[in-house]
Design a protein around this ligand. Structure first.
Ligand code: AMP
Length: 170
């Protein structure tokens, strides 16, 4: 089997000094790499009755649509503030300096829906934790979260209170 880690490139000091960015674009550009990544993300959730797959802006969108198609589910975007045109619900979360927020259309997910949350990278876990909290507010059942890459040394998984599936842990 191909070592797909070779298709994920470390970019030091980007977008700011001290951060090593995980560039997944070579993996996405590879037909085998893209198929492998989507397969790894959806397979644990087959037969779990997922109604909707929630993608976190922006690289979460890339995988969430493929996962939703594979599971026969719908796709719902969770976006940065001010991007969605209709009534939204929002959850703020702490960054190292200041706060950020995630938003979702208020009527996108309703009570009783079984949802799966997808993102490319779990770093501090703030974005994923806020997204899961936002979904819990709607009364939906968050069956799990899946990420392609978990930066294990940042211990973000400790902030995620739903079953987390990480394809690659660094
Ligand atoms: P966090 O809230 O700290 O877990 O950050 C997660 C979000 O930031 C994800 O949507 C990622 O796309 C992005 N992100 C954080 N750190 C990195 C990194 N080192 N490489 C690529 N993306 C990252």
């Amino acid at each position: 089997m191909m070592d797909y880690r070779q298709l994920i490139r470390d970019v030091p000091d980007w977008p700011e000094p001290g951060v090593t960015f995980k560039d997944i674009t070579p993996l996405l550009a590879s037909p085998q790499g893209l198929a492998w990544a989507v397969d790894q993300l959806y397979e644990p959730f087959v037969g779990k009755g997922i109604d909707q797959v929630i993608g976190i802006e922006s690289r979460g969108f890339i995988f969430a649509v493929g996962v939703a198609r594979a599971l026969g589910a719908g796709f719902v975007p969770v976006r940065k503030p001010g991007k969605l045109p209709r009534m939204t619900i929002r959850r703020e979360y702490q960054l190292e300096y200041g706060t950020d927020a995630v938003e979702m259309h208020a009527d996108a997910v309703t009570e009783g829906h079984r949802v799966l949350v997808i993102d490319d990278v779990l770093a501090t876990g703030g974005t994923m934790a806020a997204t899961c909290e936002l979904l819990a507010e709607t009364g939906a059942e968050v069956i799990g979260a899946a990420v392609l890459i978990e930066l294990g040394f940042l211990e973000g998984a400790t902030r995620v209170e739903v079953p987390l599936h990480s394809v690659l842990v660094y």
